[in-house]
Design a protein around this ligand. Structure first.
Ligand code: GRF
Length: 226
């Protein structure tokens, strides 16, 4: 039993991923390096060919894939998916490049359990093509956010952000690459604060050290929150 958390055994993370899996890899690497005291107990995907699944398998993590086309409705897909997720008894579910909207019943049954990383400074630029949206809006800065998942797309309470400048001559590709390098430490640091009990959701608000958060935590250049 960990006396600080009252938890038996390591902090248990389940990850949902649809694609490349670089954010998942950042968590795997931080755990392997001993900088994140946690265990990834399952990786779940809606896409059979996702590279994230190979990364998980290479790290010896159990995986499961369900195909949306095998289900009649989103709620049924989510019911089946979360049956599997619940079975690994996660302390936290990280949506790490999970490209599906999760239906309200699945989210509402698990308050404070799910977080998502989104490549924009929320509430700006929700949804897809966030880097293009930022360039088209002429935003002077851009970045990434980790937020608790609610039924509203990219709309849940924001925990933490990492900011990058938008530079003259940036195209979508260059901007995406700059943001991605900050997403990885942002996700690791946020999960670390949740795993150590410093961050939690209470009455729809993010709390840090027991106090309601007034503005998202900001990742410093040392990859820690200021
Ligand atoms: C990241 O930009 C993440 O913020 C967004 O989807 C992308 C996934 O990248 N939700 P990866 O699969 O983690 O490499």
């Amino acid at each position: 039993m960990d006396p600080a958390s009252g938890r038996a055994g390591p902090f248990r993370i389940a990850a949902l991923a649809s694609g490349r899996g670089s954010n998942l890899q950042a968590l795997i690497d931080a755990i392997a390096a001993g900088t994140l005291d946690a265990r990834i107990v399952g990786v779940f995907s809606d896409r059979p060919g996702a590279a994230a699944l190979e990364r998980a398998a290479a790290a010896g993590i159990e995986t499961a894939t369900l195909r949306p086309k095998d289900f009649d409705a989103r709620v049924e897909f989510d019911r089946a998916m979360f049956e599997r997720v619940d079975a690994v008894r996660p302390d936290l579910v990280v949506c790490a490049g999970y490209m599906r909207l999760i239906s309200a019943p699945a989210v509402e049954a698990r308050p404070g359990l799910l977080v998502n990383i989104h490549p924009s400074l929320l509430p700006h630029f929700k949804g897809l093509h966030t880097h293009r949206q930022a360039l088209e809006a002429g935003a002077p800065e851009h970045g990434a956010s980790v937020h608790y998942v609610t039924a509203e797309l990219d709309g849940g309470p924001v925990i933490a952000q990492a900011r990058v400048p938008v530079l003259a001559g940036d195209d979508e590709h260059a901007l995406a690459a700059r943001v991605l390098t900050r997403e990885h430490p942002l996700l690791v640091e946020t999960v670390r604060w949740i795993a150590t009990g410093r961050v939690h959701l209470h009455e729809h608000r993010v709390h840090v050290d027991g106090v309601p958060l007034r503005a998202p935590l900001q990742l410093g250049s040392n990859n820690r929150f200021a």
